[in-house]
Design a protein around this ligand. Sequence first.
Ligand code: PMP
Length: 428
Amino acid sequence: MPDIAAGRIWQRYHDRTPRSAEAYQRALRSLAGGTTRQAGHWLPHPLTLVRGQGATVWDLDGHSYLDIINNYTSLVHGHAYPPVTAAIEAQARLGTAWSANCVPQVELAELLCERVRSVAALRFTNSGTESANLALLIAREVTGRDKVLMARFGYHGSVHEFELGHFGREGPMTRLGTYGDATSFEAVLSAHGKEIAAVFLEPVMGSGGIVAATREFLEQVQDAAHRAGALFVLDEVVSLRLGRGGLQGLLGFEPDLTMMGKLIGGGLPVGAVGGKREFMQVFDPPEPRVYHTGTFAGNPLTMAAGLVSVRELTAERIETMDALTTRLQQGLHAAARVAGVPLSTNRVGSLLQLFFSEVPPPFLAGRADLALMGRFHLAALNHGLLLAPRGMVALSTVLTPELVDEAVERAAAAMRDVATELSTPPRA
Ligand code: PMP
C-alpha cells in the first residue's frame, strides 16, 4: 500500500489547515513532542481547536467539525453545555479552589453514592490516572501487598504499573491476564496471589477497542481475587456513561472499589475512587492510613460542573444516545458497503469502535488496519468530522438523528476518498 504521506488525503488535510500546521510548528519548540496529550496528536499535525459549542468544534483555520468523540467521553453533554457553563460561571465568581471542604463536593459525592450501588463513600482526584493510583494505594494498604493484576492491553491511565500492561508487558509490579478469559486470571492468582494487592479491570475495554466483558467473567475474576485475598477494582472511568449507575448497575455486579472520571467532572479535570466502607475507611480520621490529598482534588469548580453533568445524564438520555449510536453504526456499515471499504465495529451503548477490516481484531493492539484507519481519520477531518485517530466514537446527549445522519454522510464522503486513494497511483 502506498505511503499515506504520498496520498491526496494527507495533502488535502495539509493544504486545508495551514494555521493548525503553523501552530504545531510553534508547539514543537516549547511542548515536548508538540503536544501534552498523546491521544490528541496525529500527523502531519494535530488540529488546533479554538471553540466548541454543542456538537461542533472549530479550528484555527475557521473550519467546523461535527464532534463524535466528545473528548473521549468526558463531554457527555457536548461542548459548552449551557447548564454546565452556567454552573461554572456562577462558581468561578465565588472562587475556584479552597483549602477546606466545599458543599458541591459533598453533593456530588452523595449523588454518585446514590447512583453507583457498590459505592458507599468516595474520594475525588483530578484525573482517571490519579484514581488508578489512589485505588492502588488503598489496595496496598488494605492487603499489605504490592502488585497488580490487569488485562493485557487494558488501560487505567499513565501510572507506570498500568502503562506496562497497556502495552502488553509484565513488570516487577505488573501481572497480566487475558481479557474475557477468567481462567487466565485464576491461574495468575493461584500462582502469585499472595503478592497481588488488586485486580483491575474495565467492564468495557476502552482503548482496547470497546471490548465488552460479561458479568460471569467479572464475577469469576472477582471471586478468584477474593480467594487470593486481593481486592477487585472496576475501572468505570469510561463506562460510567452506559447506565445511570454505571455499567455495574446494568450488569448487577458489585466490585470492591470503583474508579470514575471523565463525565463526572462536567468537562473539567476529575477522577474518583469509591467503594465499600470497609476499604474506604483507610481515610478515616483522626489518623488516616492512606494519606491522600491534592491541591485541586474536589475543587468547587469541577464539582459544580460535575453535579450538573451527572444530574442531567438521565436514563432516558442514555437510552437515546445508545439508539443514536446504533443508527450511526448502521449508517457507517451501509456507507462502507457502497464505498467498497471493509468496515467492522464493536459497540457497547454509546461507545463505538471502527476497524477497517472485515472482522474486528480481538484487541485493538492487534489491529492490522492502520494504513486505512489513518487515511479515514484524515479524510473524515477533511469532510468536517472529528473522531479519535484510532477510530473510537462516543456520542453526546446533544446529538440528534439529523446530526447523526450528517455524520454518516461526512463519513461516507471520507470512505469514498479512501477508496479512490487506494485505487489510484500515488502522486509523482
Ligand atoms: N481508565 C480508563 C478506562 C480510561 O479510558 C482512562 C482515560 N482514557 C483512564 C483510566 C485515565 O483517565 P485520565 O485520562 O483522566 O487520566
